[in-house]
Design a binder for this molecule. Sequence first.
Ligand code: ATP
Ligand code: MG
Length: 398
Amino acid sequence: MNEQNILIVRVGEAALKGMNKPYFEKTLADRIKRHLKGFRGVEVRRHEGMIFIRSPKELDQQDIIRHVSKVFGVSSVSPAVEAPSDLDAIGEEAVKFMLRQIEERGIRTFKVEAKRADKQFPVKSPDIARIIGAKVLIGCKVLKVDVHDPDCKLFINLRKDRTYIYDEKIAGFGGLPLGTNGRGLVLLSGGIDSPVAAWMMAKRGMLIEAVHFHSYPYTSKRAQQKVEELAGIVASYSGRMKMHVINLLPIQEQIVQHCPEEETTILVRRFMMRIAEKIAEKYGCMMLITGENLGQVASQTAEALVVTDACVTMPVMRPLIAMDKVDIMDKAQEIGTYEKSIEPYEDCCTVFLPKHPTTKPHLKRIEHSEAALDVDALVNKAVASEEIIPIMPGGEDF
Ligand code: ATP
Ligand code: MG
C-alpha cells in the first residue's frame, strides 16, 4: 500500500446538484485530467462523491496540487495515505504518517478527528478517534494530545473498503467545472478589471473567448503582446482560448471627424459592444463579459452603462459591477494577473481621449450623433478584419 501518492479532491457546489450531480462530477474529473495532462502515469477516479488522484511517487506532488487547486469546481484537496478499513491497519499507517510529520514539521501535539462514512462499520467515529489516538501515542513517544490547539490535526476518513489519513486541507477556488455553463466572450483590455471579470465567469463554469481592440499604429504591437500574455494567465484557469483582435482605429477616426468630442468615449464603447456581439454570434458565445464597474470612470456611470447596453441585445455580464476597486485589485493579485495588468502600455481607449467626457449621456442624443456615421458598414468591416490569435494557458497546455 501507499506506493503511490494519493490526493483526495473534494467537490464543491457540484455536489449539490441533485440529479445532475454525476454529470457535474464527471465534468470535473475530466477537467482535472486535462489540467494534469503533462504528468505521466496519473490516475483520476471518482468514488463515492469524491475524486481520487493517484500518481507515481517520483512525480512532484506539490506541483500536482498546484495544478489541481486551479481547477474550478474543486473546493479543497488533501494529500493522503490509505489503509484497509481495519483499526489495526489504520493505526499502523497513522503512526507512520505521524512519524513523518514529527520529522518534517517538528510537531509535538496532535488531535484525531475521525469520520465514519461507512455506517456499517461497527465502531463509531468518536471511538475510532480514541482508539487511533491511543495507537499514535504508543507509536510516537514524543507526541501529546492537545484537543484545543494541536500542531497537527489527524483526519481519519473511514470508508467502505479503504480509509484515508491526512492532516491538511488545501483550499481550491470552488465554483463549477468549466463547460457546464455555456460560452462567453470577454472584452479584454490590458487593464486590471477585465481579466478578473473573465476569471469570475469562468469560475462559474463558463468557457471563455476574448476580443481585444487596438488602435495600431497609435497603440503598439508590444501593447497587444501584453494582452496576449494576460489572456494566457486567465487561460491557465479557463483553458486554451481564441483571442479575436480588431483594429478600432478606422472607427475612432470617423467618430472624431463627425461626432461631438465629449461623446467620443461612449460612442467608441458602443462600437466595441456591437462588434463584440457580432463576433460572439459568429463563434457560439451566448453572452458578453466586461470588466465594467459602477461609477469607476466617466464611461461607467449608471447613465453611460444604460446607453452602452442599449446598442446590443445579447446579455452583458458585468461581474465586477458592485465591487470596490481595492477588492478587484486583491482578486487580481490572488489569481496572478495584477503584475501583468499594471505594466504600462498604451490602450486604444486612451487614444483620442476627450478633455471633458460626458458622464450623463442621453440615448437619443447619442443616437443622433451616430446618425452621421454608417454604423452597420463600419461594424461589418471591423468584424471582417478580425485576426484570431490562439492563446495557450501560461506555461501549460490543456
Ligand atoms: P480594465 O481595467 O478592464 O481595462 P477599465 O477600468 O480601464 O477596465 P474601461 O477602459 O472603461 O475600464 O473599459 C471598460 C471595459 O471595456 C473593460 O473592462 C473591458 O471589458 C472593455 N474594454 C476596454 N478597452 C478594451 C479594449 N481595448 N479591448 C477590449 N475590451 C476593452
Ligand atoms: Mg481599460
